[in-house]
Design a protein around this ligand. Structure first.
Ligand SMILES: [Zn+2]
Length: 313
């Protein structure tokens, strides 16, 4: 009676390919930085604005470390190809009009690119979901196309910036699928990435994003759902001087953990599996000591993180 025979326990055979697909071995969370608005803003209660001057210093810091900022889709593709070692994901949430005005020129000048997560249900509108602080204009259709034409990746932040964990199923579908369809109409290309408003997500929301065809999702903090569809990101703000960025990078290298997996980009058709791999996930040797930013006193600690670190906006 076969039912009474204890099954012989044969460990599954592992191969390099299956390791790649399953995410075993070398897949750990990439370093992805989270920005929102770029401009001069004295009234910034949620600490979501960096000045163009500060962003420029931060981009120059990346250049000085031999790091290149790229959009998240490009970052994940490069990692799947073993080319991710010197790449950092740069993301700008909410799709503020100032992304095209201030961020894009700086990104291009310093030879970086980024992902901008936009709100196609608020085209040309403003950040009315924020209770406090100034109203800021959001990208129009033309602005979104301008960002794409400048080489930036356009991703979805939903339609109108809702906490998706608190939505009914039909609203969730409209936010996730509807925004994807709308962005395809605007740019001619379906977005690969989704970014959860406020960093709020649960299994139902993540499943909806995956089912809608997005190849990845951006969260804020790490958690039980961390994976290709819930990538953790590091908050970067106006206070982040070169010294702070250096410490944040070290924190990332020390704390990053394996991404549990559904295959990620290695399973997608455009990801090549052959070819030499770099040591993107091996312990990284820290760069030479930094010259602290002039505005930071020696030994200045990393500032306590603002609320957006946990929740996003
Ligand atoms: Zn947001």
């Amino acid at each position: 009676m076969s039912a009474e025979i204890s099954p012989v326990h044969v460990p599954p055979r592992r191969s390099a390919a299956s390791d790649t697909l399953s995410g075993r071995g070398r897949r750990t969370a990439p370093w992805v930085l989270m920005y929102h608005s770029v401009g001069e803003c004295a009234d910034d209660p949620y600490l979501v604005t960096v000045s163009p001057d500060r962003l420029e210093r931060q981009l120059r810091w990346l250049n000085g470390r031999g790091l290149t900022g790229v959009g998240v889709a490009e970052l994940l593709r490069a990692r799947a190809d073993g080319r991710g070692k010197r790449l950092v994901g740069l993301t700008f949430d909410d799709g503020y009009a100032d992304f095209v005005e201030h961020a894009v020129p700086l990104l291009r000048r310093y030879e970086h690119s980024a992902t901008v997560f936009v709100l196609p249900g608020r085209l040309g509108g403003s950040n009315d979901w924020d209770e406090l602080g100034p109203r800021k204009p959001l990208l129009t259709e033309d602005g979104i196309r301008a960002a794409a034409a400048a080489g930036m990746e356009v991703g979805s932040h939903g339609l109108v910036h809702l906490d998706l964990t608190a939505t009914a199923d039909d609203v969730l579908a409209a936010e996730v699928r509807g925004s994807r369809d709308r962005l395809q109409e605007i740019t001619g290309k379906a977005p690969e990435g989704f970014c959860y408003p406020y960093g709020k997500l649960d299994a139902r929301v993540v499943n909806a994003v995956r089912a809608a065809g997005y190849a990845y999702g951006c969260a804020v903090g790490a958690g039980p759902l961390t994976g290709t569809h819930a990538l953790p990101r590091a908050y970067v703000g106006e206070r982040d001087t070169a010294g702070h960025l250096h410490l944040k990078r070290l924190q990332h290298l020390l704390r990053r953990r394996p991404l549990p997996f559904e295959g990620g980009y290695a399973a997608l058709p455009y990801a090549r599996t052959a070819g030499p791999r770099d040591s993107a996930d091996a312990p990284d040797v820290p760069d030479a000591p930094e010259v602290p930013d002039a505005r930071v006193a020696e030994g200045s600690p990393v500032p306590s993180e603002p609320r957006v670190e946990q929740d996003g906006r």
